[in-house]
Design a protein around this ligand. Structure first.
Ligand code: C5P
Length: 295
């Protein structure tokens, strides 16, 4: 029996543009993704004498069958390698589900990476990334981690210079949003404000939050904010409380604030906690240069 424990990071979208639609209904994106320190812990056991796939999770309400991306990742890995073994996965969830933070995708990436480690890397990196893409659009980025421009449906990754060490406050209202629903409501002919990716990437290089704010946008905000106007309220409040940039992550509903200094971020968290004691979950995080780490 061999085992491995991994930390697998949540992501935020520092920009999100939709540039087209594939025949299968998936949208073509151009999005800058960033790993943050909020992470799930994934414990993996591989029993080369055993068989079967078992998933356990500390959080109620998470599916424990092949609906779960972590299970799908293990099944795809075993099928692709032809390895006949027993796999046991235990997930301690810290990343909220259906929040726009790639919680499920990060667990899947951890399973692919961890099983690859435990089996002495039987697949080349492009094959492993191909499996990641089959599980979900955010999984390739979660496997790579750090900072990257993600295109295609999310599988064409261009690593960007590290943008680590910035304070981020994640604000999650007490409802979830379904990614397929948000994409289905998007009118490609009327996307509203769109990001200027080269200007954003340049501003990130200078760590200029004001220039980032001017260059960026998330086109999915129009859909999510229309359905839940409170998201706009949270975004505005984060800006009033000193965030250099405040925007929704992915398809939401989490809104993040990026702060130039950690004290302002801490103060904003305390104030929001007092103002919305029951309806918001707050996570104080920091941008980081990696997605997956072996503990
Ligand atoms: O790949 P993932 O499971 O994250 O996507 C969930 C759903 O979100 C897809 O089935 C699709 O409806 C929508 N989606 C999309 N375009 C993307 C990513 C997701 O339309 N690039």
């Amino acid at each position: 029996m061999q085992s491995l424990t991994l930390n697998t990071a949540a992501k935020i979208n520092l920009s999100l543009d939709v540039v087209g639609k594939r025949a299968d209904g998936y949208h073509l994106l151009s999005t800058v993704m960033q790993s943050v320190s909020l992470a799930d812990q994934v414990y993996l056991e591989l029993d080369k004498q055993g068989s079967g796939l078992i998933l356990l999770c500390d959080t109620p309400g998470i599916p424990l069958d092949e609906q779960n991306t972590a299970c799908r990742a293990a099944r795809l890995f075993l099928d692709a390698t032809g390895i006949d073994a027993g796999v046991r996965i235990y997930i301690e969830k810290k990343i909220p589900a259906a929040a726009g933070l790639a919680g499920g995708s990060s667990d899947a990436a951890a399973v692919l990476f961890g099983l690859s480690e435990l089996c002495d890397h039987p697949l080349d990196a492009p094959v492993l990334f191909g499996l990641a893409e089959r599980i979900g659009a955010d999984v390739p980025f979660c496997l790579l981690g750090g900072t990257a421009l993600c295109e295609g449906i999310g599988e064409i990754l261009t690593p960007l210079p590290a943008f680590d060490g910035l304070s981020v406050l994640l604000v999650k209202p007490d409802f979830g949003l379904s990614t397929p629903w948000v994409f289905s409501q998007l009118d490609l002919a009327r996307l509203g404000s769109r990001p200027d990716q080269p200007a954003l990437i340049d501003a990130m290089r200078q760590r200029d939050l004001e220039a980032m704010r001017q260059a960026t946008a998330n086109v999915l905000e129009s859909v999510s904010i229309k359905a839940h106007p409170v998201l706009n309220e949270i975004r505005g409040r984060l800006t009033q409380l000193g965030a250099g940039l405040a925007m929704m992550s992915g398809s939401g509903p989490t809104v993040f604030g990026l702060f130039a200094d950690s004290e302002t971020c801490d103060q904003a968290m305390a104030i929001l906690r007092a103002e919305w004691p029951d309806s918001l979950s707050l996570y104080r995080t920091v941008t980081q240069a990696s997605g997956l780490t072996v503990r």
